[in-house]
Design a protein around this ligand. Sequence first.
Ligand SMILES: [Zn+2]
Length: 239
Amino acid sequence: MEGWFSRTAVDTATTMLTEPFVHEYMRANIWHLKGRDADLLVDTGMGIRPLAPEIETQPGKPLIAVASHIHLDHVGSLHEFPERAGPAWSADAFATMPDAATYAHEFRALQAPVSRPPHAGWNATGYRIRPAPLTRSLAAGDRIDLGDRQFTVLHLPGHSPDSIAFLDERDGLFFSGDAVYDDTLLDDLPDSDRATYRTTMRRLLDLPVRIGHGGHGPSFDGTRMRAIARAYLERTEGP
Ligand SMILES: [Zn+2]
């Protein structure tokens, strides 16, 4: 089907894709960054329609697909890519993608999971996340090298225990997954932890971020990110 994904050119190296017909709770951002020696794909959407054919790469140039965490809206198409990196904390679960880790059952339970079906006869009851065993487990401090850029892996739990993010410390480009984004932050999922999320927010206050591309919502600069972090800390302050 034409047009399941929407595509926005952010700059000459960066494209953002999303799935406009997916319920807004689960409509996540997919980031494709072109590097000199390799490309980076941060998160892979719901897996309702194939994503790989939508990602334009140069023949022979590796594409490193990374998952920011194991929730359904970030890992659905991960299985389509040969190089699959993701958080060490949930590495075992990527091999089977159980609903208990991905929350795929929550999509099946929605009243209107999509505003337009991906094809005739489609039904959410058959929705499953395909297993995508990681070819590389990422821990805090690991590097992802694109030749002209290196990203440092940060472990920023709270939304989920396995939330990781990718920071180019040289120029402040930050792919933050669901650790922080400019929209309603979710900290009440079964595997969320508010105290841990507060620790993450305090860490964000000191990160040298120039531009952040998150798992949901619009991109943000460092000033906006710190405002989001401070607002979270104020909102969740104890009695
Ligand atoms: Zn999530």
